[in-house]
Design a binder for this molecule. Sequence first.
Ligand code: FES
Length: 129
Amino acid sequence: MEKKSRRTFIKFGIAGVVSLLIVVWNKFTLRHINQLKQVRKVFPIPKNRLVTFYRNFIVVKRDKITVFSSHCTHLGCEINRLENNKLVCPCHGSEFDLDGNAVKGPAYKRLKKIPSQIISNGSEIEINL
Ligand code: FES
């Protein structure tokens, strides 16, 4: 009987440690994403490119220009690849359509849209991260 309760205790202990690690990992990832919020950037509008990848954001140019965070909504890896009109995360293979919707997991949340505006007579774009 005592062996069983010891095993149960160890199982709950391991589950607790794993839960704690997940919480700490999420906090670091969210902190990294939150640091991006305080940046204002102005840059030339990419010409003749459907998708342009930058360090912290992605510009999708179709009928209108849309800017997304390049940080995957799964664990925050930087999305840096376009395959079959899908934005692909290099870490675990999540895919997002060009509207930012998650179309293949493990990520299930859409990409964060970044407010942007066209300035300088249409030659530049300003984003507020
Ligand atoms: S971090 Fe992008 S799929 Fe896991």
